[in-house]
Design a protein. Structure first.
Length: 345
């Protein structure tokens, strides 16, 4: 499968890469091992020794280098072999592994998998997750057994919450919601407005807690290749947005393989929201339940049904709610083709 390579992807939450330990994960069909140098900087290397192709994470850290656990070849933080303990110690020119640029921002480790020079300006802005901010945050991770584009469609088309998340994130009156697509500088937003509806459970908890009808909005923005920011909330019928009753939802997808996805998610609650510790845990658990026990089984089953078939070859029936997902898929195809045209691949 072809991927957009010249982009920043989230590899993991920053606390998953611990001092003195190695963390490994497959990203875009490539095995990667992470560790922290003694100064705390995150290093990402190809997780495959060029000698016998065993995973480097099965070895050990020696200062700022990885020693292969099979034959002791040692690779520094640039991926260069710096020690061959065998024979005359001569190091073959091919004894090196790829080093990937990384950044730590917003509590996440980002990785650049492309051949082009990393562009920090392409990093999505998730400043609401910064620990120095006024927002209270929660975060999580789920492994999804489906292609990342299927998960991306799930996020960009939120008409499904009436059915899949009824009683949690959705309510029956959301059917037929006014929907607007907005393209801006390469991003795509799908904005839905739902006036005078019964309040979904999760929003009743962060708003008035009286079960009365509300006006609700879900504004989801996609930032290529696979980052999303949701602005969603409620206010009184005919009223105005308050300092509570809403939150930002962060949803970030990183392809593991053609049929599996790393899903990192977070929520940022505005300063006006006042939740007890028990309520904050309930809020986080409700969101995780919706993602893990409702979205994931559906997506996993969807991928199993598609199998090895090309999505478009199956001739999917398209509805009005598919306008955003179709536009997103076409933009991904264009970006991949642009990269392939430049590299000649």
């Amino acid at each position: 499968m072809a991927y957009i390579k010249n982009a920043w992807y989230v590899a993991c939450w920053d606390n998953e890469v611990k001092a003195g330990e190695m963390f490994h994960r497959r990203l875009l069909d490539e095995p990667v091992v992470f560790y922290r140098k003694q100064d705390g900087t995150v290093v990402a290397l190809q997780d495959r020794c060029p000698h016998r192709f065993v995973p480097l994470h099965m070895g050990r850290l020696v200062n700022d280098a990885i020693e292969c656990g099979y034959h002791g070849l040692r690779f520094d933080c640039t991926g260069k072999c710096v020690l061959n303990p065998h024979g005359d110690g001569k190091i073959p020119a091919a004894a090196k592994v790829r080093q990937y640029p990384t950044l730590e921002r917003f509590g996440m480790v980002w990785i650049w998998m492309g051949d082009g020079a990393p562009d920090g300006g392409k990093l999505p802005d998730y400043g609401v997750l910064d620990s120095t901010g006024d927002f209270s945050t929660t975060r999580g991770y789920i492994h999804i057994d489906s292609n990342y584009e299927l998960m991306a469609e799930n996020l960009l088309d939120l008409s499904h919450i009436t059915y899949l998340h009824d009683g949690y994130l959705g309510s029956p009156e959301q059917i037929g919601a006014d929907q607007q697509l907005v393209e801006n500088g390469g991003t795509l937003s799908c904005n839905r407005w739902m006036p005078n509806i019964s309040v979904p459970r999760i929003f009743d908890m962060v708003y008035r807690r009286d079960g009365q009808p509300v006006d609700m909005w879900t504004n989801m923005t996609w930032m290529p290749p696979s980052c999303f920011l949701l602005d969603s909330g409620v206010h009184e019928v005919g009223g105005q947005r308050a300092d509570h009753g809403w939150y930002y939802g962060i949803h970030i997808l990183t392809p593991e393989t053609e049929k599996t996805t790393h899903y990192h998610f977070a929520a940022a609650m505005p300063p006006g929201t006042r939740l007890s510790e028990d309520e904050a845990r309930t809020f986080a658990s409700l969101r995780r339940f919706a993602f893990e026990s409702q979205d994931k089984p559906m997506l996993d089953a969807q991928q199993a049904a598609i199998g090895d078939n090309n999505f478009w070859d199956l001739k999917p029936v398209l509805l009005t709610v598919d306008a955003g997902p179709v536009r997103m898929r076409r933009q991904i195809e264009r970006l991949i083709k642009q990269e392939q045209d430049v590299t000649g691949q």
